[in-house]
Design a protein around this ligand. Structure first.
Ligand code: DGL
Length: 282
């Protein structure tokens, strides 16, 4: 990834692409948590978001399949003139980022490294918990990224496959969600983690409930928030930040209809969507 960024730094741009949108993609709608964080840190950037709602969830799929889907969606974002790509999906970041950065020449950024870096900065006892989909946890991508930043860290991870459907039903503060979360988090708390990485697009929507269960002594690390801060500095460093301080707009492209969760997520995250398009992949 860094090689790509250097390439952009040292190659004079033929064309000023700074006014082009940031391309963000996710397996579905959950990646709007990353959009909300990007809008907070980069209020003047236009965003084109693709949610692969026809093929969600990615969280139980193989690396080959997630990589193929991610390549197809990235190609769609290029056709939409994205100036850089943000992989909002933790599963796609964990499984497909290396292939995508080899394949395309524009900057591509995932959510794993920023989350791992923030966790290493936050921990005091070196014991970091990570929660995510089955595929993210099995890939050990967070583990490897955390060890790259700190060889002394001890990573304890847990796959939480029931959380995505609960969030998609809008059960952010429901008793059922609380009990499921307690079941997933208790083993990590028993292992004395002092930092917990929310390694899935959907989990920032459960922040309140999670914070309540883990208590004030465990620091929550939101990968979406840390990814947005990294994208902000990358755009500035590469002279890709939009120059006009004009209002921005968000366009959402879905590969199948998903009206309910789109509405629930946009409302919960206070996101205004200028336009929604449905585009089948065939
Ligand atoms: N977007 C996925 C992630 O962040 C969660 C939903 C899915 O399984 O596709 O890992």
């Amino acid at each position: 990834m860094n090689q790509q960024i250097h390439h952009i730094c040292h190659t004079p741009l033929q064309d000023d692409v700074s006014h082009h949108p940031i391309g963000v993609f996710d397996s579905g709608i959950g990646g709007l948590t990353v959009v909300a964080a990007l809008q907070k840190h980069l209020p003047h950037e236009n965003i084109i978001y693709i949610g692969d709602t026809a093929r969600v969830p990615y969280g139980g799929k193989s690396q080959a399949t997630v990589t193929r889907y991610s390549q197809e969606i990235t190609t769609l974002l290029l056709a939409e003139k994205a100036k850089m790509i943000v992989i909002a999906c933790n599963t796609a970041s964990a499984l497909a980022l290396p292939t995508l950065t080899n394949f395309y020449s524009l900057p591509i950024h995932g959510v794993i490294e920023p989350g791992a870096f923030a966790a290493v900065k936050a921990t005091r006892n070196g014991r970091i918990g990570v929660i995510g989909t089955r595929a993210t946890i099995a890939s050990q991508a967070y583990q490897e990224a955390i060890y790259r930043f700190s060889q002394n860290a001890h990573v304890l991870s847990s796959a939480c496959p029931l959380l995505v459907p609960l969030v998609e039903e809008g059960l952010f503060e429901d008793e059922i969600t609380r009990r499921v979360l307690e079941r997933y988090l208790e083993p990590l708390l028993l292992q004395r983690i002092d930092t917990l990485v929310l390694g899935c697009t959907h989990y920032p929507l459960l922040k309140k409930l999670i914070a309540n269960i883990i208590g004030p002594d465990v620091t929550l690390v939101d990968s979406a928030e840390n990814c947005a801060m990294t994208v902000q500095s990358l755009l500035e460093k590469n002279h890709l930040a939009r120059k006009e301080a004009a209002p921005s707009h968000l366009e959402v492209l879905l590969t199948d209809t998903s009206e309910d969760f789109l509405h629930i997520a946009a409302h919960a995250l206070h996101i205004k969507i200028a336009k929604v398009r449905i585009s089948t992949l065939e």
